[in-house]
Design a protein around this ligand. Sequence first.
Ligand SMILES: *Cc1c(COP(=O)(O)O)cnc(C)c1O
Length: 383
Amino acid sequence: MRTVYLDHAATTYVRDEVLEAMLPYFGESYGNPSSIHHVGRSNKAVMDDCRERVAGLLKVKPSEIIFTAGGSEADNLAIKGHAWAMKDKGNHIITSAIEHHAVLHSVRWLETQGFTATYLPVDHYGLVSPDDLEAAITDKTILVTIMASNNECGTVEDISDLSAVCDKHGVTFHTDAVQSVGYYDLGLDKDPIDMLSSSAHKFYGPKGVGVLFARTGTRLEPLIHGGAQERNLRAGTENIAGMIGLTKALEIAYEEMPVAVPRIRGLRDRLIEGVLSGIPDTGLNGHPTQRLPHNANLYFSRIEGEGILLKLDLAGICASSGSACTSGSLDPSHVLAAMGVDTMLIHGSIRFSLGHRTTNDDIDYVLEQLPPIVDRLREMSAV
Ligand SMILES: *Cc1c(COP(=O)(O)O)cnc(C)c1O
C-alpha cells in the first residue's frame, strides 16, 4: 500500500544529506568539546562553526544562539528562564490563547509560582491584535510570548507589529517560531524580537535538538544546572551530531526556500480547492492567505475527525486532528475553540501538512480517497 504522509507539522523525516552529515559524530568524531586534547578540541571547532552558520542564516550573532534539546525546551528556557531572571522587575506575563502547550503550560506553571498571566484572545482567523496586546501591558509586565505561526490552523501572526508594541513599552518579546522556520525569513535583523524558539525536526533535521535565539542583553536563568556549556545557560555535554544536523537542515531549508515554498503552496492550494469544491459542507480553518504554505486545516461538518483519520490511515494517508501533542485526548482543540469555531466543526476538523516529498499524485490520491470516506461516515452518523 502506498503511504502519503501529510503530517509534516507533527514531524518531518531527516533529509539524506542531513543524516550523512551527522553520521561521523556518532562514530570517529566522538570527542567532548570541553576536553583539552585534540579529539575533544576538534569538536569544539565544529560546534563553534555550527553556531556561526546558524547565526548567519538567522542574521544574528553567534553568541545569541543557544542550542537546546528541541522546541519545548527552547520555549521553557525563554519563558521560565526570563521570568525568573526578571522577577525583581515585575511578575506579569502576556501570551495568547492559541499557543503550543510548551508555551501555555510553562506560563500556567509560572502562575503557581507567584506570576500572573493574561491570555490574549484571537479573531476568527486566529490573529492576535496588536491593540489588544498594547492594552494588556502594565508596569508589571516582564514578558510577552506570542507564536510566529500556529501549528494547528496555520495562521501566521503579525510578529513585526506585535514585537514593535513590546519594544515601545520596553517589554521583552519572545516568539515560538517552530512552525515558521524554513518557510519564510524571520526578520530578526529588522524586528525587535528578543527571543525566538525553533526545532530541527520540523525542518527536516533530527528530533531532540533546537535553538533558542536570545538577543544580547536578554536576561535568562538556566533551567538545567551543571557545567558551563552554552554560556552557562544549558548544562550538559553537547549533542554535536544534533547540532550538525540542525545546522545542515537549516542551510538546505534556506537554500531551497525560493523554489520549495511556492511548490508546496501550490500543492496545498490544490488540496484545499479540491476538498472545498468536491465535498459539500466543508471549509477552511485559519486565515485564507496569511497562513503557513504547507498547512491545510479543513472541517467536514456532521462527522468526527477521528473517524476520517482512521479511514484515511487504512488508505495509507497520514493526517492529524488537532496537534500531535493533544491527540489521544477527546478535548476539542483549544486553538480552534479560541477562534470561535463551532464545537461540532472542531470535532470534524483535520490538519493536512505537506512536505518536500509531497507530489501532485499524492494530492490526486487524497482527493480521490476522501469523498467516499466522508460520504460513508456521514451516512453512518445520520442513522
Ligand atoms: C513541535 C512544536 C513545538 C515543540 O517542539 P519539540 O522539538 O517537539 O519539543 C513547540 N511549538 C510548536 C509551535 C511546535 O509546532
